[in-house]
Design a binder for this molecule. Structure first.
Ligand code: GTP
Length: 181
């Protein structure tokens, strides 16, 4: 069993990356969160899979690109966040983020997370659900998709649990970078 899991949270600006991490650790939502949080380290006694977990926040600003790529390369699993109330952030997940991970040669599992479900309303008709399956079909490295709300503290522990589980109990053979080169 892997002794530790490094979760790296990526996605477009303002989708709620820092808020998701902050909400996980404080179990409450704050409107103002610092742009990039320091790495959160969770001891095995309090993680569901009993492993050390590190959660790394990232910045999507162009000046931080080098650092972002460095963090992506060190990840055991990536949490790729989009904003369910902004379709373009999901489009960017498939047009930019997932291809970028492949370009970097990253083969770790990805958890695709739709945040801000409180803005759209749970179960609302204009769900982006129909757009998810084609993404999962094209990018087999996407292990699981989940919608959540940092603001309502909804599905936050679950999404980080799925991320740990994707590393500890992988469900399918992971994407082989050689297949696509
Ligand atoms: P960058 O550091 O710019 O990349 O942003 P980020 O992705 O870390 O997003 P951040 O956590 O700073 O959140 C951006 C804005 O969205 C803030 O105003 C948050 O309060 C808000 N926000 C985050 N999560 C939610 C949510 O679940 N619901 C709503 N309504 N707002 C949210």
């Amino acid at each position: 069993m892997k002794p530790s899991v490094r979760i790296v949270v990526v996605g477009d600006p303002k989708v709620g990356k820092s808020s998701l991490i902050k909400t996980l650790i404080s179990e409450s939502f704050e409107d103002e969160v610092q742009p990039v949080l320091p790495t959160v380290v969770i001891p095995p006694e309090v993680t569901p899979e009993r492993v050390h977990v590190s959660i790394v926040d990232t910045s999507s600003s162009p000046e931080e690109r080098h650092k972002l790529e460095e963090e992506i390369r060190k990840a055991d699993v990536l949490v790729l966040v989009y904003d369910v109330s902004k379709r373009e952030t999901l489009d960017r997940a498939s047009s930019y983020w997932l291809p970028t991970l492949r370009r970097l040669g990253v083969t770790v599992p990805v958890v695709l997370v739709g945040n801000k479900i409180d803005v759209r309303g749970i179960g609302a008709d204009h769900s982006l659900e129909h757009l998810i399956k084609p993404i999962m079909d094209e990018f087999r490295e996407v292990d699981v998709c989940i919608e959540c709300s940092a603001k309502q503290v909804f599905n936050i522990a679950e999404l980080f649990y799925y991320a740990q589980k994707a590393v500890i109990h992988p469900t399918a053979p992971l994407y082989d970078v050689n297949e696509h080169t």
